[in-house]
Design a protein around this ligand. Structure first.
Ligand code: ATP
Length: 313
């Protein structure tokens, strides 16, 4: 349900392309003001279609979308004015200068010139020294930053970034993350699509997982990791075991390679039992020589969800 906290609301959205391909099935999503939401999904999941429908580039088959209360069909201009889109492909006029690109985009939305604002944007995106240069000679990373500046030229409140770091090297990806965080600090709500799990892990406040046109889950990133984040403790013993001792049967233990004991637990309540397990280990006459803990990453959670469509632990 839409609340004052919500800036964008998607309800019951479906899209079937003319060729008969259903790219979105009954998608509902609420975007909160000022958040960074990462939409994570494999190729063909429907991420670009979802963004394209919200931005008015593709018409929905069913469902409604409002941006700050403006319906994207009935109140198209007002809704569109509040949205900026950074597309996946680099689309810039090669012989336009950077500043012309921004002025033109702002003009398309019918806004009066505001050089001070555009200068501020260029500064934020470290493009000030390229202001009067043509876009053709910009490096790949600069072109992407120029696309972001262009998408922000009409002062939108919500920015969509479709695969912002596809084909970008690690350094540029980190630059991109810093830019996204800077935009959030300026009050811009950001929705980005990605298939890089580490990108979602690094910058998102919430993560939405989309697969085969359906949203499988949308949740605070930290809560998601906590809820589904299984931990494992490997206990290496001085004398390797052949079986889990009966006195330790109350714990979720398995025998690992080389006779090590593996204790699987979940963050939170189960973690409290680690101390008791250690004490019971000593009582059982077992001497520890090493231990190791591992945590299930967002990647493992994602793979399980997309493969099984099941979020059971
Ligand atoms: P990627 O990460 O590869 O960009 P995506 O999650 O953005 O994938 P979409 O591009 O939205 O996925 O595609 C979803 C499905 O809809 C795919 O099966 C795709 O082939 C199909 N599709 C996309 N655009 C069209 C179109 N114009 N006509 C017909 N089918 C389309």
């Amino acid at each position: 349900m839409e609340t004052a906290e919500t800036i964008l609301s998607v309800a019951g959205l479906s899209k079937t392309y003319a060729a008969g391909k259903t790219a979105l099935r009954d998608v509902s999503l609420e975007i909160k003001r000022g958040e960074i939401l990462a939409l994570l999904g494999p190729n063909g999941a429907g991420k670009t279609t979802l963004i394209s429908v919200i931005c008015g580039l593709v018409s929905p088959t069913a469902g409604t979308i409002t941006v700050d209360g403006h319906d994207i069909v009935d109140d198209y201009r007002a809704a569109r004015r509040l949205i900026g889109l950074v597309p996946q492909e680099i689309v810039l006029q090669p012989f336009d200068t950077v500043i012309e690109t921004l002025r033109f985009s702002r003009g398309l939305f019918g806004l009066p010139p505001n050089e001070a604002y555009l200068d501020e944007l260029l500064d934020m995106l470290t493009l000030s020294d390229k202001k009067t240069g043509i876009t053709k000679v910009l490096s790949g990373g600069m072109k992407r930053r120029c696309l972001i500046a262009k998408a922000l030229a009409h002062e939108p409140r919500v920015l969509f970034l479709d695969e912002p770091s596809a084909g970008v090297d690690v350094d540029l990806r980190k630059d991109m993350w810093a830019i996204v965080e800077g935009l959030k600090a300026h009050g811009v709500t950001i929705i980005l699509t990605t298939h890089y799990i580490e990108e979602a892990e690094a910058i998102a406040d919430r993560v939405g997982i989309i697969s085969k046109g359906e949203i499988l889950l949308v949740e605070e990133k930290d809560k998601l990791m906590e809820r589904l984040g299984r931990r494992q403790l490997r206990l290496y013993l001085e004398t390797p075991l052949n079986a889990v001792p009966d006195s330790l049967a109350a714990y979720n233990l398995e025998l690992g390679e080389g006779g090590a004991l593996i204790y699987t637990y979940h963050d939170g309540a189960d973690g409290e039992h680690v101390g008791a397990l250690m004490a019971d280990l000593t009582k059982a006459g077992l001497t520890l020589c090493d231990l190791e803990t591992t945590q299930r990453s967002l990647e493992a959670i994602f793979v399980e969800l997309v493969n099984d469509g099941d979020i059971a632990r």
